[in-house]
Design a protein around this ligand. Structure first.
Ligand code: MG
Length: 158
């Protein structure tokens, strides 16, 4: 199912390689000698978790249904215009962010606010409904960052 989740993300324009630089920027001042390879490894590890796969597949499915016009109103219009008062995309994606500890929620909030790299692109593309996808990506990077932070502390205290 990890493969399927990654394929699904790719089909929506998101590759792990797009997320690596965002994660690197987020963590480089906290982890000495951080490498892009470590970032890639952490993102891949996070995608092994079934809960995360489920959340990603659910969010993307809702984006795709909205794109195809296959949801009922008023939900259809809410998703299509990415209504700022609809916070369910954030709530769902925050579930990814916090699976590796509470600091995931601050990382998530930061990414959601600043929208670095591909996150901004996803949020502003007129061609697709990405109401859930941009938040899912924030959640994924936030989870990978939290995982790294906790592992880094573990290694220090060994
Ligand atoms: Mg959104």
């Amino acid at each position: 199912m990890k493969k399927h989740t990654m394929k699904k993300l790719e089909s929506r324009g998101v590759r792990i390689a797009d997320l690596v630089p965002i994660l690197y920027e987020l963590q480089k001042s906290y982890i000495p000698n951080l490498t892009e390879h470590q970032c890639e490894e952490s993102l891949s590890a996070v995608l092994n978790k079934r809960d995360i796969q489920h959340i990603i597949l659910t969010g993307i499915a809702l984006d795709e249904l909205a794109e195809k016009g296959m949801l009922e109103e008023p939900l259809l219009s809410i998703l299509r215009k990415d209504d700022g008062l609809y916070g369910i995309d954030e709530i769902l994606a925050l579930g990814i962010g916090t699976l590796y500890g509470t600091i995931g929620s601050t990382n998530f909030g930061y990414l959601d606010k600043v929208k670095p790299g591909i996150i901004k692109k996803l949020d502003t593309t007129p061609d697709n409904v990405n109401t859930f996808l941009d938040d899912l990506v924030c959640g994924l990077v936030a989870a990978a960052a939290s995982r790294m932070a906790h592992r880094n502390r573990d290694q220090k205290s060994e």
